[in-house]
Design a protein around this ligand. Structure first.
Ligand SMILES: [Zn+2]
Length: 54
């Protein structure tokens, strides 16, 4: 399940498996699907997470 979290005015979507957060629900879904199947992170997906932005 993707967690939907309100942060100030912004809504972020969090992958419950790896705990990365995304502005875009679609990326959060992709992340979660990947995490569940592969038990690891996919850089192409995690690069879209808020944590990967500096
Ligand atoms: Zn994930």
């Amino acid at each position: 399940m993707i967690k939907k979290v309100q942060e100030n005015k912004d809504v972020v979507y969090i992958c419950e498996i790896c705990d990365l957060s995304y502005e875009d629900k679609e990326w959060a879904k992709k992340c979660e699907n990947w995490c569940r199947k592969n038990d690891s992170c996919n850089l192409k997906i995690t690069s879209h997470s808020l944590e990967s932005e500096s």
